[in-house]
Design a protein around this ligand. Structure first.
Ligand code: PGA
Length: 245
């Protein structure tokens, strides 16, 4: 794993944007795996800036987001499709139809999960996957468990996740209890991975996930087995690894 400790949140986003831009410049029809949450917002801000300056184009890029809440329509302000349009897709020239989130309200959720997996495969697989990390070590919505779930699947959200995400909703009870998420194998099949973490609340989990044992109760720890992962943290999230990397 490569570790980069950026000086702050904005620098973390800039470094990640350079990696995404290099990917898209060297392979204009790249397939990107994208993440939501507070962490990648500085990355998306920087990608929009690079696009507006004419330095990159998303004309032939395809993207697949990691996950979506079950029960939320793409027009819901808390859906991840809404988030992605708000922070990225509506500001760049990615084609409608080329960006995807799993659907949160299909007739058949299990069919949607299979279909999402098939769409990723048919697109040629993910070239570069962007990830955040939950305070419980989740990636996508692969929550701590006794085993690693392989493919895109439906999952119950961990109480820690609901607690962490309630800030986006009026009240905790409004946070959906289930989500549809890429699986660990889906993520591990990406040709390269960039994981971002910001803030002191992530320092301990970053250390456990990337310097500790590989265990399904810390899902991100499996990334230690991937051959091309770059972990970019800001100085606060990097506090407990800085002596070791
Ligand atoms: P955050 O979420 O970026 O809002 O901290 C990260 C995650 O849950 O993966």
């Amino acid at each position: 794993m490569n570790f980069i400790i950026a000086k702050d949140y904005e620098a973390m986003g800039r470094i990640a944007a350079n990696i995404v831009a290099a990917q898209v410049l060297t392979k204009p029809d790249s397939v990107l795996g994208l993440a939501t949450g507070s962490t990648p917002i500085s990355l998306y801000r920087e990608l929009v800036a690079l696009y507006k300056r004419g330095e990159i184009t998303f004309q032939n890029v395809k993207s697949f987001n990691l996950d979506e809440y079950v029960g939320l329509l793409p027009t819901d302000q808390n859906s991840y499709m809404y988030f992605m349009k708000y922070h990225l897709f509506d500001h760049i020239n990615i084609k409608e139809g080329n960006y995807h989130c799993p659907k949160g309200t299909p007739k058949d959720l299990h069919e949607e999960a299979k279909n999402y997996e098939r769409m990723i495969r048919d697109a040629g697989g993910i070239d570069l996957q962007v990830l955040g990390i939950g305070p419980n070590g989740h990636i996508g919505f692969n929550e701590p468990s006794m085993k690693f779930e392989k493919a895109t699947h439906i999952t119950d959200l961990d109480d820690k996740t609901i607690e962490a995400n309630k800030r986006f909703f009026d009240k905790k009870e409004d946070v959906p209890k289930k989500a549809i998420t890429m699986g660990i194998k889906t993520i591990m099949m990406a040709k390269s991975i960039v994981l971002l973490a910001s803030g002191s609340s992530k320092a301990e989990i970053v250390k456990q996930a990337f310097l500790g044992e590989i265990m399904p109760n810390i899902p991100a720890s499996v990334l230690q087995l991937h051959h091309n992962v770059t972990v970019i943290v800001d100085s606060e999230a990097g506090e407990s690894i800085k002596m070791h990397v």
